[in-house]
Design a protein around this ligand. Structure first.
Ligand code: 13P
Length: 250
């Protein structure tokens, strides 16, 4: 078994108003207060970040944002800078989520710029990669992941301030989880690839799995050697289900 600390993160996507955020956190914080041997992270929508920062202060739960822009300030209507996120108490930012790549035309180059500015602002990066069903079925999975890693992390990004999230796009929101075996195989490949970039530091890097994670499959996913945590969408929206995912047992 590895020495990597498990890392369980909620990605709420475009869900929850302020009052829903308040209600969730009031119940969730006491529910997981004794889980100190794992990192717990919640990424609410931008509008809920200040309230969530307040509610999570002095708890064992860290705050993340779901995206960030790659400039520190200026005439970029509608965008949010990494300095603003750090300022309100965000510790992490999710970058390169497949929904950003797919619906908002984020390229590897944009993802790379975001990674660099986020790191400059002192934010930890949750760096997302993953293949589509078509790419998997035509045998391109590893090639796609290799490209996303090489281009997205170009520029000697220090791996110690980062976690990688492998989210096969065909498993997101579909109820189709990669089997633990399928996920482990890809995670091991990703770690090998990271070794080329980072040497033995790759062994300390957390690689999360994302895509239809539930209380029912978390234990078997976490039992795999190279799966160090999870990035959870749908099942993170309910207190009970996210708390039981956080409390997985190996
Ligand atoms: P689901 O857990 O809803 O499949 O979403 C996964 C995801 O995209 C997390 O970032």
């Amino acid at each position: 078994m590895t020495m990597r600390k498990p890392f369980i993160a909620a990605n709420w996507k475009m869900n929850k108003t302020l009052s829903e955020t308040e209600e969730f956190l009031s119940q969730f914080v006491p529910e997981v207060k004794n889980e100190h041997d794992r990192d717990i992270v919640i990424a609410p929508p931008f509008t809920s970040l200040p309230l969530a920062a307040e509610k999570l202060r002095n708890t064992n739960i860290a705050l993340a944002s779901q995206d960030v822009f790659y400039e520190e300030k200026g005439a970029y209507t509608g965008e949010i800078s990494p300095l603003m996120l750090a300022d309100i108490g965000c510790k992490y930012v999710i970058i390169g989520h497949s929904e950003r790549r797919q619906f908002f035309s984020e390229t590897d180059e944009i993802v790379n710029k975001k990674v660099k500015t986020a790191k400059k602002a002192g934010l930890g990066v949750i760096f997302c990669i993953g293949e589509t069903l078509d790419e998997r079925e035509t045998g391109k999975t590893l090639e796609i992941l290799e490209r996303e890693i090489e281009k997205g992390l170009d520029g000697h990004i220090d791996p110690m301030e980062m976690v990688i999230a492998y989210e096969p796009i065909w498993a997101i929101g579909t109820g189709k989880t990669a089997t633990p075996g399928q996920a482990q195989e890809v995670h091991a490949y990703i770690r090998k690839k990271l070794e080329v970039l980072y040497g033995n530091k790759a062994d300390e890097l957390c690689i999360l799995y994302g895509g239809s994670v539930t209380p029912d499959n978390i234990d078997s996913l976490m039992a795999c050697n190279d799966i160090d945590g999870a990035l959870v969408g749908g099942a993170s929206l309910k207190v009970d289900s996210f708390a039981s995912i956080v409390k997985f047992r190996r």
